[in-house]
Design a protein around this ligand. Sequence first.
Ligand code: FES
Ligand SMILES: [Fe+2]
Length: 400
Amino acid sequence: MSRELLVELARRTIAHARAGTVPQAESIARVPADRYHDADRWQLEVDRVFRRVPLVLGFSTELAEPGSYRALEAAGVPVLLSRGADGVMRCFVNMCSHRGAIVVAEGTGSARRFTCPYHAWSYDTEGALVGVLDRSEFGSVDPVRDGLVELPCEERSGLIFAALTPTDDLRLDAFLAGYDDLLDHLDLAGCRLVGRQSVVGPNWKIAFDGYLDLYHLPVLHRDTFGPEMCNKAVYDAWGPHQRVTSPDRHVLGWADTPERDWTMRRLTGGVWTIFPHVSIARFETDGGSVYLVSQLFPGSEPGRSMTTQSFLATFDPTDEQQVAIDEQMDFLLRVVRDEDYRTGAGIQRALRTGVKTDVLFGRNEAGGQRFHAYLDRLVATADDEGYRSLLASHRFEPQP
Ligand code: FES
Ligand SMILES: [Fe+2]
């Protein structure tokens, strides 16, 4: 069923490419400039967005084996992803129940137990407190109540989703609104993690705007991707999640072949974003396709963010192919750091002057418009009932 949908969307993008048209939003949107630097607004975004909605914190393929784990910091919260001996993926706050030390140092590995570096309390892979130093002298503790704090966590389409606030229900189906049926076709679960790197950026929204923005490609990236890049975009939405396709010459290259021959690789082209902080793009190498999954997190202040780039290959690279992937990683780091985020740092400084009251998103930038409109609604929603009804409004909305 979702293949048919992908074919339908491809037909529409091809029609735009042939006609030289692009779908347009109703009008230009103005976004208040202080949204990008105001400290109160930023804190609200951390609290009501990043500490509320399901976030992509890891990849199933990376943590496939029982006992595998990944410790990371997400929006200021130290978290621990752990595949239990029972095969179930769980997410915990990476904080010792004794006096709050970070239990597992940031990174990936395999363990049967997690031992706190402060006084050596230890936890099993399912979060239970299983070891207390000098237990008889310390006094009585409870393995479950004094275990690690568990966060709601679920795997979908090869991605590990978790929320940073303890609740019973991630509400992932309502959140994704069927988007995962399409993401399944990327087969991220069948990929291998072949590289990872991080880059510091400006305000997380200045950074994220760039992932939805094809308008800038032939201009800002003229010396890297090249001036022949198409700057037109078609945005399809599943609630706040948007897939961006380009009605460009690549699409026209296979448009005349019979539809039954349209491969999944072609049908799943473009950029797949997951609100509020993930972008999935793909590039080709000699060995096959490699996905670049970018995860953005707000940093320690409004003007700072952190992006992790993970590279997931659809094949098992030979040493030689890995060298080519490493070169591509260097290239993509330079593009993002020296072109996108350097420009973003300038935007940050300029907006902070307060000289302009707002920034503009054109009729051709419907993706950015949708992102900011949805974000505003979510930030304005304080209570759980409001959040629930916002989730209930998520649906598939293709561009014409
Ligand atoms: S803080 Fe972890 S054992 Fe004391
Ligand atoms: Fe860019």
